[in-house]
Design a protein around this ligand. Structure first.
Ligand code: ADP
Ligand code: MG
Length: 494
């Protein structure tokens, strides 16, 4: 489905390419041993290298190289066994070296591809242009003093991966799905925590528009977008701005812009003429990075099952529908919870995984996700564990409680954190399957509802529902519905 730019008179298409900066999960910085922990007091995690003291030399952190390679492999990308660190020169108060160490002509990862799940079983491939490693800069703090700007160098030298996409996306939804997918992959493999609120993942969003059939238009780059929602919003607003200019006969200047979510606009930060001349050159303090196939294969062997493969397995081997499988694999924590739940259900019921997978998935995505949503909790904060969920499901499976009663039991579990069997015992919620007991109740109901019995016998057979309802009411919902139906019909038929 093509995206329609709001208010455009002509047939315009939006084209989007993203540069995602992802902080590598590593205890130490890219070229120094200083800590990378979030939230520390300003300037407490700054080594002499990060402060760019004269004579200091960078030492490469092998773990960051390994994580870069794992990330490339997870995106099916070309791994470059030879790559080079360059100096990207510019002057800014939060950059004591006067240059950022990055990769330019020889990045560690080349072309790859990421598959987006666009709903209804539709997918979309987005090309990866390259992934390179670079240092983060420090942070200017303008709100600490009325006249002065302070600088915090804790982030200075922290390892980032820059993941550059091809200009393959053509709607805000695709761009949002792309960021979500990249974050999902990074979290699965653990190379970045994907935490956009804390700044460990952020996106520069390149947007251009063109009339149908025309070559690519001039792009503008929206800097440092820090949520999926803002990625979508900023594209809508920027595409509209560009279309307005073009429809009035103007042209787009290539520039870097700032997205202001409060005002709902983008503003120019700097034009192409003002763009920095970075004077890239190989960093003479660092040798090129070289590794062998064994290093790559070890990195590959360390990868977990990735979301696309997991989804295919849930659909093919376990019989889940496409939608449910997508929901479950989208976040690693959810997928892990599901697998733990399913394992526990299989253990408790001794049934085949494929026979109980859909029930487990429906309970998880329906009941538990619903309750978590309402309570504003994440799956990691769930008061009901996977094993407890399996306890509940196995009580339904073995007929101890009905699906109806299970809903009530679950509510109590969610509130109290108690196990399902304890609640069922305490509240006396065991399903009644004893035919004698149920038969007695049925006889009583038939006796006091003779009018309905006559109507039933005169052909209004739908009234069976009424009788089932009465039996359920009389037993507090605990009668086994199968047994009720079995006993009721012959009695009504007379
Ligand atoms: P720079 O460092 O100048 O931003 P990069 O090559 O690092 O250049 O990144 C360019 C980004 O812009 C890529 O993600 C690419 O897909 C995207 N891009 C390039 N041309 C266009 C265009 N015409 N419209 C939208 N995005 C584009
Ligand atoms: Mg850029």
């Amino acid at each position: 489905m093509t995206y329609v730019i709001q208010g455009a008179k002509d047939d315009f298409e939006v084209v989007i390419g993203l540069e995602i900066h992802a902080q590598i999960t590593s205890n130490a910085k890219l070229f120094s041993g200083a800590s990378t922990e979030f939230g520390a007091e300003p300037n407490t995690q700054v080594s002499l290298v990060d402060a760019a003291m004269p004579g200091m030399l960078p030492t490469i952190n092998a773990e960051c190289i390994r994580q870069g390679v794992r990330t490339g492999l997870a995106m099916g990308a070309q791994i470059n066994k030879f790559s080079v660190f360059d100096r990207k020169n510019y002057f800014y108060a939060d950059l004591p070296q006067g240059y950022q160490i990055s990769q330019f002509t020889h990045p560690i990862v080349g072309e790859g591809v990421v598959k987006l799940d666009m709903g209804d079983g539709k997918t979309k491939d987005v090309g990866i242009e390259r992934i390179h490693l670079e240092q983060d800069a420090g942070k200017s703090m303008h709100d600490q003093h009325p006249q002065m700007t302070y600088v915090d160098l804790n982030r200075s030298g922290v390892a980032l991966m820059e993941i550059v996409s091809k200009p393959d996306m053509t709607s805000p939804e695709e761009a949002g799905a792309y960021v979500t997918k990249i974050r999902s992959i990074l979290r699965y493999i653990g190379s970045c925590d994907g935490n956009m609120e804390q700044g460990s993942m952020r996106a520069d969003v390149n947007v251009s528009v063109r009339r149908a059939g025309e070559p690519l238009g001039t792009r503008c780059e929206l800097k440092n977008i820090n949520s999926v929602r803002f990625v979508r919003q900023s594209i809508e607003i920027e595409a509209r701005r560009q279309v307005d200019i073009l429809e009035e006969g103007g042209s787009i200047d290539q520039e870097t812009r700032l997205f202001d979510p409060v005002k709902g606009e983008t503003r120019s930060m700097r034009s192409k003429e003002e763009a920095h001349d970075y004077r890239y050159f190989p960093d003479p303090d660092l040798l090129p990075v070289e590794f062998d196939d064994a290093f790559v294969e070890a990195a590959r062997a360390s990868l977990p099952e990735l979301p696309d493969v997991k989804k295919a397995r849930l659909v093919e081997a376990l019989g889940l529908n496409d939608y449910t499988a997508s929901v479950l694999v989208a976040e690693k924590e959810q997928a892990d919870f599901f697998e733990a739940l399913l394992d526990a259900v299989v253990t408790a019921t001794k049934k085949e995984a494929a026979d109980v997978a859909s029930k487990a998935a429906n309970w998880l995505t329906g009941d538990l996700f619903g309750a978590l949503n309402k309570a504003g909790k994440t799956i990691g904060e769930s008061p009901v564990s996977a094993v407890q969920g399996a306890g509940l499901l196995s009580l339904i499976e073995d007929g101890t409680i009905s699906g109806r009663i299970a809903k009530d039991v679950f509510e109590i579990m969610f509130e109290t954190g108690k196990d399902a069997d304890v609640i069922v015992e305490e509240k006396g919620l065991k399903q009644v399957s004893d035919t004698g007991e149920i038969e007695a109740i049925i006889d009583e109901i038939i006796a006091v509802n003779q009018g309905q019995v006559e109507q039933y016998r005169a052909g209004k057979t739908k009234l069976i529902g009424f009788f089932v309802g009465q039996v359920m009411k009389a037993t507090g919902g605990k009668a086994n519905p199968g047994v009720v139906n079995q006993l009721l019909k012959p009695k009504l038929d007379g």
